[in-house]
Design a protein around this ligand. Structure first.
Ligand SMILES: NC(=[NH2+])NCCC[C@H](N)C(=O)O
Length: 580
């Protein structure tokens, strides 16, 4: 099977031509192969411009030599040099037709697995115990889950770790409040409102010095490993975890309880972390705190910024724990790639943690550490989305509302029975929330808008889901599934345009994972669905007047489109129902 898509193949040929004709070595990416915007051409190669500059020669001349040396008669039918030195490439129709036929039996729809799999450790989800998840955690779960699915599909090893906020000073007051509420380590209780519970504890802590004292003692007991304290703490963790599980399940996010590596998990490592940094001479005392000053981080006045590794009171904070995560995942678990899917406000924190971990030698040149940041979700007032009461919106309520709204959208159009409709409403409602989150540049804020995310046309999940069910219904009406080996015939430009789009799935996926940017796959899927819609308008499939071999060929294109849409949506974590 061909590895990658047409542009990859073309790039390979250009690389070879440059090597033989001009004695120049470039990477396939540097060949700058792009889909063409020119009528008649399928792709263009833009390498001659940059190369001309590099070699001090007219780009058109370079282009002419590349074309002369190009060994591509099997897949390129026509080349043309245009403008300052663009090389326009028209693919061979037979070659395209054979590719389409071959694609039909390929469950991966042309996407080859990577040759050198890496080991990714991805931190995502990461809510806090005894608090409701907020929309930041929603975004982290959705984006992290899509990235994990995509990387796994590419053949990488992916370890998800959920950095649960389950440790630190607030647990003193939370446990004391638990005791006041009559909890014992073996009683069965539930907290119906996590935020309420947290706020009550906080209120008492601020108002009642005796309670505050007890809380502080309790923190010391927790950190000292007192058995009864740990049992109560565990109850809080379990209670919250059950709540988070519910959200993950509703969302269809693949985080499991065994993926939890909360802050407490790193507690046993924190001493070693600090000792090692001290032994390596990387720390300084500043105001009684042990700090690192990774190079390149200063405030506006030019003062160096500290990364506090041990507080003045001897305690450890958020930064120490994250240093421990880098050391643990790279060192003990052999991860080559460390991704942290966390909101952009924490960008500096992660940049400093990575720099410090490189100084410590925990991260080396072999390691790729990335903060995969994201913006916030805004309400119609342009502010971070909140409920009317001012607290964060309850996620479970939001998700249930999405399903309810989807149910009414679906009810308008559907011939499904009640039970099917419920499943479809879930796929459409949850899909809408996820797709709205994934389809924009993740670093930007976006406005939460029910009408837009549930619109039947436009770049939405339901548009793609509906396009797919429409194709499946054409296939059902045809009464035949396209058989393996069915010849594909490209008669109309719309057929060719659709097939070219379908063949671009591999590069859409690699562009997406290269920059951890799910919106690139979303855009690709949307373009694919619109290419199908133009095709379907211009190329009748089931009409009497369509000759049988053309009908069969068009059914193959339809089936391939459905395969691309279904696979693409599943890689985003979105279900594609077979009927709507
Ligand atoms: N390794 C990390 N720091 N992961 C992100 C943790 C997010 C943190 N629990 C929060 O709610 O903001």
């Amino acid at each position: 099977m061909h590895n990658g898509d047409v542009s990859v193949e073309l790039a390979r040929r250009v690389v070879a031509a440059l090597d033989t004709a001009l004695d120049v070595r470039i990477t396939p990416a540097e060949a700058l192969i792009r889909p063409s915007t020119r009528e008649g051409a399928d792709y263009q190669c833009n390498v001659a411009m940059s190369l001309g500059k590099r070699l001090g020669r007219p780009p058109r001349e370079v282009a002419t030599e590349i074309v002369a040396a190009l060994d591509s008669a099997d897949l390129v039918a026509q080349t043309e040099i245009a403008g300052p030195g663009f090389i326009n490439l028209t693919l061979d129709r037979d070659w395209l037709q054979h590719r389409a036929t071959a694609l039909l039996d390929d469950a991966r729809v042309g996407v080859a697995a990577v040759e050198q799999p890496r080991r990714f450790a991805i931190d995502y989800g990461s809510p806090n115990v005894a608090k409701e998840m907020h929309v930041g955690h929603l975004r982290s779960s959705i984006i992290g889950d899509a990235i994990a699915r995509l990387l796994r599909f590419e053949g990488h090893e992916v370890i998800a770790h959920n950095h649960l906020g389950d440790w630190g000073t607030p647990f003193g007051m939370l446990i004391e409040h638990l005791i006041d509420e009559g909890w014992t380590s073996d009683s069965e209780h539930t907290i119906s409102d996590l935020n309420g519970f947290y706020q009550e504890a906080r209120k008492k802590f601020d108002a009642d010095p005796e309670f505050a004292d007890r809380s502080r003692t309790r923190v010391v007991q927790l950190q000292g490993g007192d058995a009864r304290t740990l049992e109560l703490w565990q109850q809080l963790v379990d209670e919250s975890t059950r709540h988070f599980e519910k959200v993950y399940q509703l969302l269809g996010v693949q985080l499991r309880p065994e993926d939890i590596y909360g802050e407490s998990f790193y507690n046993p490592y924190l001493n070693e972390v600090v000792e090692e940094l001290e032994a390596k001479g990387l720390t300084e005392l500043s105001d009684g705190a042990v700090c690192m000053f990774p190079p390149g981080f200063t405030n506006r006045d030019g003062d160096r910024l500290p990364l506090i590794v041990r507080k003045r009171d001897g305690g450890y904070g958020y930064a120490t724990t994250d240093l421990a995560t880098a050391r643990y995942w790279a060192g003990e678990r052999g991860a080559t790639d460390l991704l942290y899917v966390v909101g952009t406000p924490q960008a500096q924190h992660f940049a400093m943690v990575f720099a410090a971990s490189r100084q410590a030698g925990w991260l080396t040149e072999e390691h790729n550490a990335q903060h995969v940041g994201f913006g916030s979700i805004l309400g119609s007032d342009g502010k971070t989305i909140r409920t009317r009461a001012g607290g964060s919106i309850k996620l479970v309520e939001l998700l249930n509302e999405a399903v309810d709204r989807a149910a009414s959208v679906v009810a308008e159009r559907s011939e499904l029975d009640e039970q099917e409709r419920a499943a479809v409403a879930r796929a459409v409602g949850i899909g809408a929330i996820k797709y709205a989150d994934l389809s924009g540049d993740r670093e930007k804020d976006y406005t939460f808008d029910w009408n837009r995310m549930l619109a039947m046309d436009g770049n939405t999940a339901v548009y793609l889901q509906y396009a797919n069910t429409r194709i499946l219904s054409i296939l059902r009406k045809a009464g035949e599934e396209p058989a393996q080996g069915t010849p594909v015939l490209l008669a109309e430009p719309a057929e060719r345009a659709l097939l070219l789009k379908l063949l671009q799935l591999p590069s859409a996926i690699s562009a997406t994972t290269e920059s951890y940017a799910p919106h690139k796959l979303c855009n690709y899927l949307y373009e694919t669905a619109t290419a199908f819609s133009s095709f379907y308008e211009k190329c009748p499939v089931l009409a009497e007047s369509t000759p049988p071999e053309l009908r069969r060929s068009r059914l193959v294109l339809a089936k391939l489109t459905s395969n691309v849409l279904t696979l693409g949506l599943s890689l985003l974590g979105i279900d594609a129902p077979t009927r709507l």
